[in-house]
Design a protein around this ligand. Structure first.
Ligand SMILES: Cc1ncc(COP(=O)(O)O)c(C=O)c1O
Length: 348
């Protein structure tokens, strides 16, 4: 049976969160000399001399509205990379605990595990990039606190079958983290709609992909109120800066434009899926539910260098087990996709 208290690090359970000047005084006042800010003003623009809201109240309310969640089920991080790191620090005791992920996948799970001195167990995805569930359950140990699942998966682009995720949620007593960085490009509901069923489910989403805000660094974690309260307790107090909070609030008013952008990217993705296999250099285009394609090519290293010479940078994934001979290509603008197509068709 999953019991959050059993898996959270004892020091995290015991500790108190940092209490900021903004936490200690709430109400109306005209002179704020409680936070050692510069009261003369800011060289960056009006208002930036003040610390931002550490609880991101307005932003969480707006996101909660859009996602159909309560603000208390939402954690905001400096990119979802911050949420990944905090999940490790919340449950994994350095030098003692372990995590499991499915390969090939997003590299930061491994980096965070290494940084936090957490043992990393990895299970290879099947040839069609699905989870071999029984093998995963066999690998789970008493010390396994986290299982990371990326769906749609980076770099393979596919969604993970929901039944596999359900089986892991039902049979694993640690946290199952479903990273949905690319979910806006897939035609399926988010796992956030299943939070009420699974107390051990954590979902990650980000503003870096469909929302086009990678430079602002804003990621989300959705989970039970208890898990979110713990993440909030251990985060740096002002982890979301004021500019990001303001700009994200503006962006959240533009859900119609978001839908247009997603539609255009998905259309271009499907155009590339149709067009690329006609090229001599291309052996296979894997199906994608994301904003990128995994493409198996003849001589990946040479094609990668050749594209660089043409001024086109793709991601060479050919050395990853399971992705041999593959390049990962983000869907660009119509013009960029045409340039890419032309360039690959001229590759000898
Ligand atoms: C699967 C996945 N998760 C998380 C991230 C990081 O997102 P963020 O920019 O919110 O830190 C990426 C970035 O490429 C990603 O591919």
């Amino acid at each position: 049976m999953f019991n959050l208290e059993n898996i959270v690090r004892p020091n995290v359970l015991k500790m108190k969160a940092y209490s900021s000047a903004r936490d200690e005084f709430k109400g109306a006042a005209s002179v704020f000399i409680d936070a050692n800010e510069n009261n003369l003003g800011s060289l960056a623009g009006e208002g930036y001399n003040r610390y931002p809201d550490p609880h991101q109240k307005k932003l969480k309310e707006k996101i909660a509205d859009i996602k159909g969640l309560s603000p208390k089920q939402i954690f905001l991080g400096n990119g979802s990379d911050e949420a990944i790191d905090l999940l490790f620090r919340m449950v994994c005791r350095p030098g003692q605990d372990s995590m499991l992920h499915l390969r090939p996948t997003y590299g930061m799970y491994e980096v965070s595990a290494n940084l936090n001195e957490v043992q990393l167990d990895a299970v290879q995805l099947t040839p069609d990039f699905q989870i071999p569930v029984l093998e995963v359950l066999r690998q789970v140990k008493d010390t396994t606190k986290l299982i990371f699942i990326c769906s749609p998966n980076n770099p393979t682009g596919n969604l993970i079958e929901p039944e596999s995720i359900e089986t892991l949620l039902d049979n694993f007593d640690g946290l199952v983290v479903v990273d949905e960085a690319y979910i806006d490009f897939a035609d399926v509901p988010s796992w956030s709609t299943r939070l009420a069923e699974y107390p051990n489910l954590v979902i990650l989403q980000t503003f870096s992909k469909a929302w086009g805000m990678a430079g602002l660094r804003l990621g989300m974690a959705f989970a039970s109120e208890e898990i979110i309260a713990l993440l909030d307790k251990i985060k740096p107090p002002y982890n979301i800066n004021e500019a990001t909070q303001e700009l994200a609030l503006k962006a959240l008013e533009q859900t119609e434009q978001l839908a247009y952008m997603i539609e255009e990217i998905v259309q271009e993705r499907e155009m590339l899926v149709q067009a690329l296999p006609s090229l001599d250099a291309v052996e296979k285009v894997y199906p994608s539910d994301a904003n990128f394609l995994l493409v198996k090519v003849r001589n990946a290293n040479r094609l990668y260098s050749y594209l660089l010479e043409q001024g086109i940078v793709v991601r060479n994934r050919s050395s990853l087990p399971g992705c041999e001979g593959c390049l990962r290509i983000s869907v660009g603008t119509v013009d960029e996709n045409q340039l890419l197509f032309q360039a690959i068709s001229n590759f000898k």
